[in-house]
Design a protein around this ligand. Structure first.
Ligand code: XMP
Length: 511
């Protein structure tokens, strides 16, 4: 039986993926397609409902993204949000104008409780607005279902045709009843029953992978990061020993991390794991290099080369596992959203390995769903919830050229920082935190001696998407404890500073 599903048609809005996550959180599967997807493809998808997202344009602008008006006559319920609401208006014969007073932020709103979308909700509540245009006149057959002080048509609907439009954003948490409004759309209007559950998904994926691979041999590059670990664990449950994981330890991992990866996958999961201790080769490859992009490039290239060498030793393989996740798929497919790539994976695709096909078991999942899948598969909580760590690792947290001595300093300082944050119970509140070897030396005094040693910077950020970030307000006492320990325990460090810059203008990493 075909999985029930909602289609999100993306008009380039900043919240499109957030809408999808809210729908999935409510146990309904959904996919995001670009606004220019042909009508036939949409019709053939047999979805339960369609959501038109917001977008940065004005509906009357030249080349404004549009969809076929027929979309509203397929007999499938449609919910237009912000730009999507304005588009629904224009396609149905109403008009849109530039608002006299654009609304941005939390705004009081009055809801008409007769609307099925708002059933059971308080009549007066708060919604999140972000618009410069608004609906001016209703299309025939539509009724106003909500208004704010400056927006007389903050929601409208043609209930008979199951067409609904919201000027505000139900997916944003500031819209107090947003979750319930989306829930009503999915369940009361589209008739969904809530079949999207992680345990079922994991089991079905394992079955699918097993029947695809049969007796073939599978290879996976394991980095110890969340995505590759969950992908490997899933394929391992499907085909056991037919899977070999190659873990290339480049020596730029955090203290103790290489051993932890090995222990988890080889000992606990009993996987075929090849650990390649290539620390020296990597260090040689970037010896004397100060430019961060060159470091990244050299590390990435060597990573692939070593992976290919090891794969060659294993012999022929049929499949290669990749930890691609849904945001990668959407970002590479939609084409017109202003996407800033926030990560640059170490490994591209190896060219010297012959394989029949790529297996991407996480292609349909958002990051938080990948974590849930990891828990279902029995991976430890701290591994599934770990903070992001860049592929080139500590090599880009040492400003300038990398040496063994500098690696020792940074990995020890970083371990102390993490330990103290754990002890202070702050690990869940700071989304990423690490130490940086600044490349600056400063004068200090220890005992009666003058010192001239390294300056370490601590960086801690709070963020939801890693594209913008604020610096974490770590309590002074915790910072004091970290500073004291690093100075006392790590040789050749005589000064600690805390980075208090937001992103933008700074990035999260220093290089
Ligand atoms: P920036 O420094 O660009 O970082 O604000 C945003 C996020 O991306 C991570 N990052 C990387 N990840 N390879 C990676 O796999 C890299 O070269 C790299 N550079 C930055 C960074 O840790 C943060 O989470």
């Amino acid at each position: 039986m075909k999985q029930e599903s909602i289609l999100i048609l993306d008009f380039g809005g900043q919240y499109s993926q957030l809408i999808a996550r809210r729908v999935r959180d409510d146990h309904v599967y959904c996919t995001i397609l670009p606004w220019h997807t042909p009508l036939e493809k949409i019709r053939d998808a047999h979805v339960q409902g369609i959501i038109l997202t917001g977008g940065p344009n004005s509906v009357y602008a030249e080349h404004a993204p549009c969809c076929d008006a027929e979309l509203l006559s397929l007999g499938i319920p449609v919910l237009g949000i912000c730009y999507g609401a304005q588009l629904m208006t224009v396609l149905s014969g109403g008009t849109v104008i530039r608002s006299q007073q654009p609304e941005y932020g939390s705004v009081p709103i009055h809801l008409n409780k007769e609307s099925r979308l708002f059933s059971g909700l308080p009549e007066d509540t708060i919604c999140w607005m972000s618009h410069t245009d608004q609906i001016q006149s209703l299309p025939a057959g539509f009724q106003v279902t909500a208004q704010t002080q400056n927006c007389p048509i903050a929601a409208m609907e043609n209930s008979r045709r199951n067409l609904f439009a919201l000027q505000f954003h139900p997916e944003v948490l500031h819209t107090r009843e947003g979750k319930t409004i989306l829930h009503h759309f999915l369940y009361a209007i589209c008739g969904c029953s809530g079949t999207w559950k992680m345990d079922t998904f994991v089991q079905q994926s394992i079955d699918k992978i097993r029947s695809q691979i049969r007796s073939g041999r599978v290879l996976c590059a394991l980095s110890g990061g969340v995505d590759s670990s969950v992908a490997a664990a899933m394929v391992h449950q499907a085909v056991g020993d037919q899977l070999t994981c190659i873990f290339v330890d480049h020596g730029f991992l955090r203290k103790g991390e290489g051993d932890a990866v090995e222990q988890l996958f080889r000992d606990k999961f009993d996987m075929n794991l090849v650990r390649v201790n290539a620390q020296k080769r990597f260090l040689d490859a970037i010896s004397g290099i100060s430019d961060s992009e060159t470091k990244r490039k050299r590390i990435g290239e060597l990573f692939i080369r070593i992976f290919e060498e090891e794969a060659g030793r294993i012999g022929s393989v049929d499949y290669l596992v990749q930890g691609t996740i849904y945001p990668d798929v959407v970002e590479s497919g939609s084409g017109d959203a202003a996407v800033i790539k926030s990560h640059h994976n170490v490994a591209g695709l190896p060219e010297k390995i012959n394989f029949r096909a790529i297996i991407e078991p996480l292609r349909d999942l958002f990051k938080d769903e990948v974590r849930q899948a990891g828990i279902e598969l029995g991976l430890p909580r701290q591994m599934v919830w770990r903070q992001p760590f860049p592929g080139p690792g500590l090599a880009i947290r040492i400003m300038g050229d990398v040496t063994e001595e500098k690696l020792r300093i940074i990995s020890e300082a970083d371990a102390i920082f993490r330990d103290e944050i754990d002890k202070a119970g702050l690990a869940q509140d700071i989304n990423q935190y690490f130490a940086v070897l600044t490349g600056v030396r400063s004068v200090g005094v220890m005992g009666d001696e003058r010192t001239y040693d390294h300056v370490i910077a601590l960086r801690g950020v709070t963020t939801t998407d890693f594209m913008t970030a604020d610096w974490a307000r770590i309590p002074y006492d915790t910072l004091a404890g970290i500073s004291e320990r690093i100075i006392n325990e790590v040789r050749h460090v005589n000064r600690i500073v805390y980075d208090i810059t937001t992103k933008p203008p700074a990035t999260i990493e220093w290089e």
